[in-house]
Ligand binder design. Sequence first.
Ligand code: KG4
Ligand code: ZN
Length: 350
Amino acid sequence: MKILGIETTCDETAAAIVAHDEAGGASILANEVLSQIAEHAAYGGVVPEIAARAHVEVLDRLIDRALDRAGIGLRDLDGIAVAAGPGLIGGVLIGLVTAKTLALVTRKPLLAVNHLEAHALTARLTDGLAFPYLLLLASGGHTQLVAVKGVGQYVRLGGTIDDAIGEAFDKVAKLLGLGYPGGPEVERMAESGDPERFALPRPMLGRREADFSLSGLKTALRIEAERIAPLAERDVADLCASFQAAITDVVVDRARVALRAFSGVAGHPTALVAAGGVSANGAIRRALAALAGEAGLAFVAPPLQLCGDNGAMIAWAGLERLRLGLTDDLTVPARARWPFAEKPAAAVAV
Ligand code: KG4
Ligand code: ZN
């Protein structure tokens, strides 16, 4: 089975081909990603109209390139998968209309994939992981702890009540005059900083629900930065290190609570999994690996090029859906908002 995956929900235009056969498992035949970071950097964030125009300009060439790399033609595909949301609606529409057109002319099945579900299923592409597992999905727009029970079966154990983790990294980077996107910049500065110089709060630590709240942490950092301004490079490094240490403590504590709640909704997990752009962060990865070790679980996080947005995860989620007969017709809508995980029916005992 060979599936084309198209991703245009935010600031990456991506097209990939993923193949699967029962004997050989899954393989990525092509994974083309064009980041628009340069176009948005001057604005310190993604500008939706610029993003949509950039997707239009490059998507057809990117799909051609993916097919070339994989050494196949459109006729060799078994399905066309596309992220139909959630995301910036202009970009989502461009990917979806392209996918619908390709499905129509080639008469191949259309697979409208939820972008978050694609992040959630990536560990099955990379590691062949079995259900159920606990997922920390952390990106620029989303922060959730989810029990992944099966394709289309996701129970939300917690989430953020204000900023997403990636968003907090991005805001802190902006505040400290670092570049966009902020996560990698903050992580780089933190490497030479002292994580104990600033005593930043650890919001929600010890709470029984696996929720996050990060806006207070960001404000505490701003107050410290203003107190010692003007900032020398050393100060910025120490602020980044202190911030990253605080977030890491919060992530581990919240994931520990979710692990305790997991068995009530999904039985025994096969692993603790991290996905989304923030899962590229080395400090967070190491801390989650230690937590998984404590609980006797494997820790699985995608290789760096599959942490951020990419087409391979969309193709894989499409492939999983196709195997279950979950295809879509040409009326399927583009969605700016599209929650993928349900809250548990009853309160989960911890
Ligand atoms: O999944 P993603 O590529 O796009 C979506 O938001 O869907 O995630 C991007 C987010 C940005 O907020 C970025 O700052 C954050 O992931 N990020 C990181 C790191 N690399 C990317 N956050 C912390 N540490 C990193 N190394
Ligand atoms: Zn994403």
